[in-house]
Each structure stands twice: as C-alpha cells, then as structure tokens.
Design a protein around this ligand. Structure first.
Ligand code: SAH
Ligand code: MG
Length: 187
C-alpha cells in the first residue's frame, strides 16, 4: 500500500517524505515509545499511514482540497488511528489533545508559525520533528527569487530554534534535513 502511494506521489509530483526520512521517523517513534502524533501537512496520507503502521495515533492537518480527497481514500482502513482535519492548520480553532510528537511538514515559509501555535500541545517529554530543513540542498545562488526567499525563511526558522530559551534542538542530515526539538528541562 505504501509503495503504491509512493508511485502515485512520484507521478503527480507530490512532495512526500523520502525513505531515509521515514526511517528517521521509525527510529524516533521506537526509541521514544511515541504513541500520539500531530502532523501538519498530510498530502495523500503517506507519512500518516506509515506512522499508523508503527502503532501511532495520528491527527493530521491538510488544507488542499485535492489532497484531502486522496488522503480520505487512502486512510479509510486506518479510521481508528488516523484523524484527518481538513483545514488550514493555522486557522484551526478547535480543540486538540496533547501529543508525544508533532511532525511539521507543511508550507516551509510557515514553520515558525506552526511551531508557535502547536508547541503548547506537546506532552512534557514530547518532541517536535521538522522535515525538509536542508531544502533539497539547493544552491541559493542558483535558484529563483521565490525559492531563495523560502530558503531564507527556513534559515531564519533554524536560528529561531537554536536561540529558543525553552527548547533545545538537534539537527540531522537524514532525509532532506530533519530536526528534533525538546523542551528544556528546568532544574
Ligand atoms: N507529510 C506528507 C507530505 C506533506 S506535503 C508526507 O510525507 O507524506 C505538504 C502538505 O502540507 C501539502 O499537501 C500542503 O497542501 C499542506 N499544507 C501546507 N500548508 C498547510 C497548512 N497551513 N495547513 C494544512 N496543510 C498545509
Ligand atoms: Mg517533507
């Protein structure tokens, strides 16, 4: 099933997480016994289904109507484990639980906003994982203005994480650049 979704994503240029990124998620989920996940950016449900298969309960946000239709079809048999919220995550005003892990994988220019809005929903020992922090290793002098602005936004977001007093972040080169952010334990 995941293989089929991967082929579909490739055919329609949908930016799903790469194999290496999946492995990173799998290892993190296992190591920290993660059960409840909040995902920002469902796309067609590929990463959500992968995490459900690891035994997680996933609440996931998607705002794009086409993606929502695809995701709904794909997650059908995971009804007990995946809850799809069909809304722009930044406009959502409903309630949420607390999560062991928040996986940020939506609009790259909004990572700081996602972080600020959703970090209060982290369990005490929870962690925030971000994807695509290396931005495909593009050379910023060889891309168009839009892409350069996006790369700049990601750079600013990384600095925001590094300088945050209440959280500590480790960056990894796995996949397309990933990070793990945890609350600083105050002594
Ligand atoms: N996590 C998926 C890939 C997500 S691609 C996987 O690896 O399988 C990013 C998705 O985030 C896109 O489908 C886009 O529509 C969605 N997105 C971007 N900004 C969003 C927002 N503010 N709220 C909800 N979804 C958003
Ligand atoms: Mg991604």
């Amino acid at each position: 099933m995941l293989d089929e979704l991967k082929q579909y994503a490739k055919a329609y240029s949908i930016p799903i997480i790469c194999d290496d990124g999946l492995l990173f998620l799998k290892n993190t989920i296992e190591k920290h016994h993660i059960k409840d996940v909040l995902e920002i950016g469902t796309a067609i449900g590929y990463s959500a289904i992968f995490m459900a298969k690891q035994g997680c309960f996933v609440t996931t946000f998607e705002r794009n109507e086409k993606m929502i239709q695809e995701a709904k079809k794909n997650i059908k048999s995971f009804g007990n484990q995946i809850e799809l919220i069909c809304e722009d995550a930044l406009l959502y005003e409903g309630s949420l639980r607390k999560y062991d892990m928040i996986f940020i994988d939506a609009a790259k220019a909004q990572y700081k906003k996602f972080f600020e809005k959703f970090s209060p929903y982290l369990n005490e020992n929870g962690m925030i994982i971000c994807d695509n922090l290396n931005f495909h290793h593009l050379d910023s002098t060889k891309v168009n203005r839009n892409t350069r602005q996006l790369m700049n936004k990601i750079k600013q977001f990384k600095e925001f994480l590094i300088n945050h007093q209440d959280y500590e972040t480790t960056f990894y080169d796995d996949g397309d650049g990933m990070s793990i952010t945890k609350k600083v334990v105050k002594k």
